[in-house]
Design a protein around this ligand. Structure first.
Ligand SMILES: Cc1cc2nc3c(=O)[nH]c(=O)nc-3n(C[C@H](O)[C@H](O)[C@H](O)COP(=O)(O)OP(=O)(O)OC[C@H]3O[C@@H](n4cnc5c(N)ncnc54)[C@H](O)[C@@H]3O)c2cc1C
Length: 370
């Protein structure tokens, strides 16, 4: 009886998720699987998914999952990473991603650019014995010395960290949302209001077309717009834009040995991703504000003045930028219940793809426990 009545409750509970970046999509996925009636609202929810002209932070992202090499081994930030790395594996099997053009690109290799960085790699490996991380062996190091025309101190390989191509990931997840019958509403949310009418659900959402919907729960996954939507309700959250640029390089040099290239290479705090044939993605800058800086782009392109010839001779064939929402006075991400039925899952800053499943689960469990 208990189980039946609980199931009926779930089926009658209506939840609107505002924003269809990775935070909104994964929250919809989690709640939809549980059987809730879910609306996913965003003016771009039915738009083409691409990074030629990214429509949100998620489409601009590189999709790197650096969960295991995170230096801490306790606390909230560690737990979210740990949980997410496990959940991504589970979810990928569940959504049958092999039917699509999505693979979990592994491993991750990180090259040390100073003695200090190398020492912290040694400490990390000592502290995180069961996390699939090792120091690079002599042969690998020789390969990277040759590739980057340098003499490296050392580096590490993390066998379970890697990358999910965000564009392919969104496509797969959107397909899964259709299968579990998530209702996609391609509109802008103008305002959210508390509803005090008896026998009605407790929240109203005003849409751009002057229509409104009446809901049990609202989950805001609207990045920078979140603060404006919350202000009239007296909830103050502070987010600032941090821009990131990505460059796609067409390499002249056909001698690069892609067989030795990992899912992700991280060197000088820049990610290098073998994209296709002789094509490499490099990114991402970390810039305050909303306009891309030419200087930051040049610094990245020159790999902090360490760029080898094959990169110096490469042609920039495409570039894009995107905005990350960073909380200004509390740690990222912001996953909270602000009041009954009003939750936020935002402010993901640099790790939204990595942390998405754990944050979606956090929201889901909060709602389930009401
Ligand atoms: C260049 C770059 C590289 C990155 N690389 C990585 C990486 O390697 N690994 C990683 O984990 N993370 C990375 N990130 C960070 C990651 O992309 C973000 O943390 C993540 O995308 C945030 O997702 P989100 O869903 O919170 O926001 P977004 O993807 O920005 O989505 C917010 C959505 O809300 C919608 N919205 C806003 N207001 C409203 C409204 N009023 N009504 C309806 N909808 C609304 C918007 O249209 C938008 O679609 C990178 C980011 C950038 C820019």
């Amino acid at each position: 009886m208990q189980t039946n009545s609980h199931k009926t409750d779930i089926k009658q509970t209506e939840i609107s998720i505002i924003g269809c970046g990775i935070a909104g999509i994964t929250t919809a996925f989690y709640l939809g699987k549980k059987g809730y009636k879910v609306n996913l609202i965003d003016p771009i929810v039915n738009s083409e998914i691409n990074n030629l002209n990214p429509l949100n932070g998620t489409q601009a992202s590189l999709g790197v999952l650096m969960g295991n090499i995170y230096k801490k081994s306790k606390g909230r930030a560690f737990s979210l990473r740990n949980k997410s790395m496990k959940l991504w594996k589970e979810w990928l099997t569940e959504i049958n991603y092999s039917e699509f053009n999505l693979i979990f690109e592994k491993p991750l290799i990180k090259l040390a650019s100073s003695e200090k960085e190398y020492q912290s790699m040694i400490d990390l490996i000592k502290n995180k014995k069961d996390f699939g991380i090792e120091l690079l062996d002599k042969n690998s190091l020789e390969f990277w010395n040759y590739t980057f025309e340098t003499k490296l101190i050392g580096g590490l390989i993390s066998h379970e960290d890697g990358r999910l191509n965000p564009i392919e990931l969104i496509k797969v997840l959107m397909h899964s949302l259709d299968q579990i019958k998530i209702n996609k509403i391609d509109n802008n949310v103008v305002q959210i209001n508390k509803n005090n009418k008896l026998h009605e659900k407790r929240w109203n959402i005003n849409l751009g077309n002057n229509k409104y919907i009446n809901q049990d729960f609202i989950v805001l996954c609207s990045a920078l717009s979140t603060q404006k939507l919350l202000e009239p309700l007296g909830h103050k959250i502070f987010l600032e834009p941090i821009l990131g640029q990505v460059i796609e390089l067409e390499l002249e040099d056909k001698t690069t040995n892609w067989k030795n290239w990992p899912g992700i290479l991280n060197y000088q705090s820049i990610n290098f991703i073998h994209n296709r044939a002789n094509n490499l993605l490099i990114g991402a800058t970390v810039e305050r504000g909303t306009s891309p800086s030419r200087l930051e782009k040049q610094v990245m392109l020159k790999i902090n003045n360490t760029a080898p010839k094959w990169i110096r001779n490469a042609r920039v064939c495409h570039e894009w930028s995107g905005i990350r929402a960073r909380p200004t006075n509390e740690p990222s991400p912001l996953i909270k219940e602000l009041e009954a039925g009003l939750l936020i899952n935002t402010g993901h800053y640099r790790n939204g793809i990595l942390l998405a499943p754990a944050c979606a689960e956090w929201i889901g469990l909060k709602i389930e426990n009401q």
